[in-house]
Ligand binder design. Structure first.
Ligand SMILES: [Zn+2]
Length: 62
């Protein structure tokens, strides 16, 4: 279990890590459209409760 989550300011989801397939797919999709990757935002589990982003269904299922 990881101690923090990652997201970006443009993302709709937060993830347990950069190796999440959904996160990777989002990054690849952006790159394909010529969109620069957004800087990662690191969230503690506590912070994750209060952000706009919602848990990623791929990696945040307990
Ligand atoms: Zn994820």
């Amino acid at each position: 279990m990881s101690v923090h989550y990652i997201t970006t300011d443009r993302s709709e989801r937060y993830h347990t890590g950069e190796d999440c397939p959904a996160f990777q797919a989002g990054r690849a999709g952006n790159a394909a459209q010529g969109i620069e990757p957004r800087p990662l935002v690191h969230l503690t589990p506590d912070e994750a409760q209060h952000v706009r982003q919602t848990p990623c269904p791929e990696c945040c299922t307990a």
